[in-house]
Ligand binder design. Structure first.
Ligand code: ATP
Ligand code: MG
Ligand code: ZN
Length: 343
């Protein structure tokens, strides 16, 4: 935490108080810096007063547990939480942000951390190859309880994607930042191409798909789960064409453009977040569809550490001609800007 911020941990619940040895824990997923688990408490014993507990005091109900990975070099969770509360929450309506709160993991060596690591070892073969072997930060003191955005019943559609850069900077004529960077990656490592069977989605398509069938097809190709039903597809299309969240994100991104050099930290955070979408079942009738669209992973970035790499990469993109599609050999991309020039 910065020196000027006073941080009191008194009010933060300690989840090691809830008998961790009795939990049922499932590994949910992971990114480069964090691990996410589902925790279930054992059913509470019938109350002695005769009234049945309704589980409302279950801190894990409706939430997932997010913890830092060892070696991730990100800010400590109290700093992430504080940043989110002070800088991110004013930018979006609360219903568009996956809510989260800090929890303590108990005194080091934390029993909770040991249990989570046991699960990781058990699940090792199901993890992404390059993540296998990584564990929870050994002396982690804090975790986050984050609103669980997964399906609540089998007919729900859960979609997750990173919207990335939703508008081009003024200097970008042939490729947007995202597509220029992808072209650069292909240029350095031709196998990168093959890793993307479907090609790279141009993030500008997320906004353009309101009016363009071609953009809509691109987006669906990349984010619609293969297992989805025709009605789920229809509901996703409706959301893509009418949502206010992506335009809102686009707007705050352009207000915080890295080229303005004002708040690189926030500019980066806004371009690396995830969007979780849960579209609920139409069982109650077509008018009753419920859509929860929330941004997550809005973690403060270490701009001081990343600034050099950022500027270096930007120089390479400009000087290597990747924004203009002038690199040799020319990499194949499918940027919306490139397509509109052709037409
Ligand atoms: N609130 C949530 N609801 C449902 N799934 C979630 C939630 N939070 C995280 N996940 C799952 O866990 C994964 C990793 O979470 P998260 O994005 O917090 O990790 P990260 O290390 O910050 O990722 P990245 O490397 O992309 O920055 C997500 O991609 C998602 O699949
Ligand atoms: Mg992240
Ligand atoms: Zn593009």
């Amino acid at each position: 935490m910065s020196q000027s911020t006073s941080f009191s941990s008194d009010h933060i619940p300690d989840i090691s108080d809830f008998s961790p040895e009795r939990w049922t824990i499932k590994f949910v997923n992971e990114g480069a810096a964090n691990l996410v688990f589902e925790v279930r408490l054992p059913p509470s014993p019938p109350s002695t007063t005769g009234s049945r507990s309704n589980g409302s005091n279950d801190i894990f109900q409706g939430n997932l547990l997010r913890v830092p990975k060892a070696g991730a070099k990100t800010f400590p969770y109290p700093e992430l939480q504080q940043y989110w509360e002070s800088t991110i929450t004013p930018l979006f309506p609360p219903e568009n942000l996956a809510q989260h709160q800090l929890v303590k993991l108990g005194h080091s060596p934390s029993k909770v951390v040991a249990l989570l690591n046991d699960i990781l070892i058990r699940e090792e073969s199901g993890r992404r190859k390059d993540f296998r072997g990584t564990r929870v930060l050994p002396d982690a003191q804090y975790g986050m309880l984050i609103e669980d955005m997964r399906s609540q019943n089998p007919s729900d559609l859960f979609v997750e994607f990173k919207p990335k850069w939703l508008s081009p900077s003024p200097s970008q004529h042939t490729r947007c930042r995202n597509c220029a960077r992808e072209a650069y990656r292909d240029h350095l490592d031709p196998s990168h191409h093959k890793a993307h069977r479907l090609g790279i989605l141009c993030p500008l398509d997320f906004i353009a798909c309101r009016d363009s069938l071609e953009s809509l097809d691109n987006v669906l190709k990349h984010i619609l789960p293969a297992s989805s039903s025709p009605s789920q597809r229809t509901r996703l299309i409706h959301w893509l064409k009418t949502n206010t969240l992506l335009p809102a994100l686009q707007k705050v991104q352009s207000e915080h453009d890295p080229s303005l050099g004002v708040n690189l930290e926030l500019a980066m955070t806004l371009r690396d977040c995830s969007l979780f979408l849960r579209i609920s079942s139409p069982e109650e009738g077509p008018g009753k569809v419920r859509v929860d669209a929330k941004l997550a992973d809005l973690d403060k970035k270490n701009a001081a550490k990343k600034k050099h790499h950022w500027e270096w990469l930007e120089r390479n993109l400009v000087e290597g001609g990747f924004y203009g599609g002038k690199e040799t050999p020319r990499e194949k991309t499918y940027c919306l800007l490139e397509r509109s020039k052709r037409n």
